[in-house]
Design a protein around this ligand. Structure first.
Ligand code: SF4
Length: 87
């Protein structure tokens, strides 16, 4: 369960290392950093996912970055050379 094993439920909500955690937002769905705790989903990296999505998309989102980073990294020429060498 990663970081959230140290989380604790208090009367104010779920607290981790002194930070009050807010549940993930809709855009977080599919991200690898989502952790389930006490029937709610939280981010293992940020206490308040809403602010991570306030200006565009979250820079730690594994589901978004994975798609764009792969597309940007693949150089077709190098990829075909690599394929020709059998690697
Ligand atoms: S890293 Fe970003 S997208 Fe992923 S769960 Fe946390 S706030 Fe959501």
């Amino acid at each position: 369960m990663g970081l959230l094993q140290n989380a604790a439920k208090t009367t104010n909500g779920v607290v981790l290392n002194g930070f009050l955690l807010s549940p993930v937002v809709e855009q977080c769905s599919g991200c690898d950093r989502v952790r389930r705790f006490e029937e709610q989903d939280f981010c293992s990296s940020y206490p308040d996912p809403t602010t991570k999505w306030a200006d565009g998309h979250c820079n730690f989102a594994t589901h978004i970055k994975a798609a764009s980073a792969t597309a940007a990294k693949i150089n077709p020429l190098k990829a075909s050379k690599r394929a020709a060498k059998g690697r």
